[in-house]
Write a protein that binds this ligand. Structure first.
Ligand SMILES: O=C(O)CCC(=O)C(=O)O
Ligand SMILES: [Mn+2]
Length: 199
């Protein structure tokens, strides 16, 4: 699909390409990435206790794309052929450039991501974030911080979402846990890290 659905133009743009990748392609890609990326189990220290982050993560990109998440610095691993090709296709589709990708693997419905906005200083002022979801569909929520307006999507199976403009300043998003039986899902968020903007 070339033209995305404009889900919101309120305080930033949220664009949606359902089935950006066809079903057989996204399924093959899911299997290859699950088996080949350097997945890590991160831990956060909360109130003096080590707590496992409820998902596996991997970080790839250009050497200068140093990113800080879950409280630690992450040197990126070099692009794999699959991730480099996806970057090229997502740049062409979205009209933005990316130098890195954060991969998240949600193994089951108990893996999740809490409410947040991606607005670390190294992402620059108005970051464009292209989010490609493979494998099982999961409920993805967006909430406008001031108005409380909510958008709810089922993202998976090759869907692409772009959050751009002022979106990260006015909206937050989350991938809640679910008790419904659900398969595993991989999400790839392509980002542009500005090394010079680090504090
Ligand atoms: O898994 C998702 O759809 C969301 C991932 C996300 O928000 C992030 O990596 O910052
Ligand atoms: Mn995010």
């Amino acid at each position: 699909m070339d033209t995305p659905l404009a889900l919101s133009r309120l305080d930033g743009r949220i664009d949606y390409w359902p089935r950006f990748l066809a079903l057989p392609e996204q399924a093959g890609l899911y299997e290859r990435l699950a088996g080949s990326l350097a997945w890590e189990q991160e831990e956060l220290v909360i109130a003096g206790r080590a707590v496992r982050v409820p998902r596996l993560v991997a970080w790839y990109g250009e050497p200068e794309a140093q990113y800080r998440y879950s409280g630690t610095d992450h040197p990126p691993l070099p692009w794999t052929p699959e991730l480099a090709e996806l970057r090229r296709r997502l740049e062409a589709a979205t009209g933005h450039v990316y130098n890195s990708v954060l991969a998240n693997w949600y193994r089951d419905g108990q893996d999740s991501m809490g409410w947040h906005a991606d607005k670390e200083p190294e992402l620059g002022r108005d970051p464009a974030i292209a989010s490609l979801s493979l494998g099982a569909k999961r409920r993805f929520l967006l909430e406008h911080v001031r108005t409380g307006q909510r958008l709810e999507l089922e993202l998976g199976e090759g869907d692409l979402l772009l959050m751009a403009g002022a979106c990260q300043h006015h909206w937050r998003h989350a991938l809640p846990k679910t008790r419904k039986p659900c398969g595993p899902r991989i999400n790839l968020t392509f980002r542009l890290i500005h090394p010079g903007d680090r504090p």
